[in-house]
Design a protein around this ligand. Structure first.
Ligand code: ZN
Length: 234
C-alpha cells in the first residue's frame, strides 16, 4: 500500500516535470497540478464536498456510462456517511482528501491545516480502506505552510482546469461551460455535496453529468481518474 502511494507520488512528480503541470496561479503556497497529460484525449471528472446522500445517484450515472471519476471527500462527511464513502471506493473511483470540515485555509496556521488534512486522511482510510494520495484545498484557497503539510502527509495538490460552477448554474449552462473548456488532460471540478450540508440538492450537477459524458465521448474523449490522467501507469 505504502509503496503504491509512493510510486504514484513519484510518477506524479515526474508528470510535473514532463508536462509542465504547475500551479495555475502560484507555487508559493504548495505544489499542485491543474491538468494532466496532454498527449491523450482524456478528461478527469472530479467531485468535491461528498460523500452526501446524493452521491449514490451520481454513482449510478457513472456506472451506467462506465466512467471512473475522482471524489475529493470531506472527513466529516465521511464520518457521517461511511457506507457511501466505501461505496465510492468499491465502485473503483479514486478518493482524494478535501479537508475534514471544509474551512478556509487562508490566514490559518500550518498546524491547523495539517490537522484538518490528517483527520480527513484517517476518516477516509477507516471508511474506504485506503488513504488518499491527492488533496484538493477547500475553496481553492492555499496558504503558507500548506506545502509542508502536504509533503508530510504524502499528498499531491490538485486544482482544476475548469470548474463547473455547478452550485449555481443550470445543467445546460454547466454543460456548455465545460464543453467549451474540454481539452486533452483537462481536470473538471464538480460537486456531489455542498460543504458539510446534509441532503444537498445536486440535481443540476447530475443532469449536467448525464449530458456531458456522451457529448465528450462524441468528441473523442475518454475518462480517467486524476492519478491516471497525471500518469497513465497509475
Ligand atoms: Zn469544496
Amino acid at each position: 500500500m505504502l509503496i503504491e502511494i509512493a510510486g504514484g507520488a513519484v510518477c506524479a512528480a515526474a508528470g510535473l516535470m514532463a508536462y509542465g503541470v504547475r500551479s495555475r496561479s502560484s507555487t508559493l503556497f504548495a505544489p499542485s497540478v491543474w491538468r494532466g497529460a496532454e498527449d491523450r484525449r482524456a478528461i478527469a471528472l472530479t467531485f468535491d464536498d461528498g460523500p452526501s446522500e446524493a452521491t449514490p445517484e451520481l454513482l449510478e450515472v457513472l456506472q451506467g456510462e462506465g466512467v471512473q471519476a475522482t471524489f475529493f471527500q470531506c472527513g466529516m462527511n465521511v464520518r457521517r456517511l461511511p457506507g457511501i464513502a466505501r461505496q465510492v471506493a468499491e465502485a473503483g473511483h479514486e478518493i482524494g482528501n478535501h479537508s475534514h470540515s471544509h474551512p478556509r485555509f487562508y490566514l490559518r496556521s500550518a498546524a491547523f491545516m495539517e490537522r484538518e488534512m490528517a483527520q480527513a486522511q484517517a476518516a477516509i482510510l477507516e471508511a474506504a480502506g485506503s488513504a488518499p494520495a491527492l488533496f484538493r484545498v477547500p475553496y481553492g484557497a492555499r496558504w503558507f505552510g500548506l506545502g509542508g503539510a502536504q509533503t508530510r502527509l504524502g499528498l499531491l495538490g490538485v486544482m482544476w482546469t475548469a470548474i463547473g460552477l455547478d452550485w449555481k448554474l443550470s445543467a445546460a449552462a454547466i454543460t456548455a461551460r465545460l464543453l467549451g473548456r474540454a481539452r486533452n488532460g483537462a481536470i473538471f471540478c464538480l460537486h456531489d455535496g455542498r460543504e458539510l450540508q446534509a441532503e444537498p440538492r445536486i440535481a443540476e450537477t447530475l443532469e449536467a453529468v448525464r449530458r456531458l459524458i456522451p457529448e465528450l465521448r462524441a468528441r473523442g474523449f475518454h475518462f480517467e481518474t486524476v492519478s491516471q490522467i497525471l500518469c497513465p501507469t497509475n
